[in-house]
Design a protein around this ligand. Sequence first.
Ligand code: IDP
Ligand code: MG
Length: 150
Amino acid sequence: MVEKSFVMMKPDAVSRRLMGKILSRFEEKGLKIVAIKLLQISKALAEEHYGEHKEKPFFNSLIDYITSAPSLAMVIEGDDAISVIRKIVGATNPKEADLGTIRGDYAMDMGRNIIHASDAPESAKREIALFFNEDEVIDYDISDNSWIYE
Ligand code: IDP
Ligand code: MG
């Protein structure tokens, strides 16, 4: 099923100039970028985005991290995009993430794990609406579609 996922390169990815390399992984897989925006996340937006972690001991440092420099927010579309992208991103702890995943290849610390991706259809919907207006998500075709999907 065609899905949209909310994906965000965190401040460390942007500040380490890894945006191009990371974006390439999604493009080369055959996924489609349907929205993209560089922004510095406010404290209020960060707290809402990570609301499920409010009671966790790492919450305050997570908010400091995510608001510390610009992030690159995206909506990425494709067949089963939510689970496919979580695989490309890798485990939350970069030391345990498989090599070949983004976190496994580029990160070391849980608190500097360079990228976010939605974990389920409900969270994808909520997160996309939090970061993008409807008219910022573009519906378009790419002519290589029949070479990506049977
Ligand atoms: P996810 O990003 O893989 O979905 P979550 O458990 O939803 O992982 O946690 C959200 C973010 O909070 C993680 O990406 C990471 O940046 C941070 N985080 C999660 N667990 C810890 C921890 O134990 N220490 C420090 N930061 C953490
Ligand atoms: Mg999560």
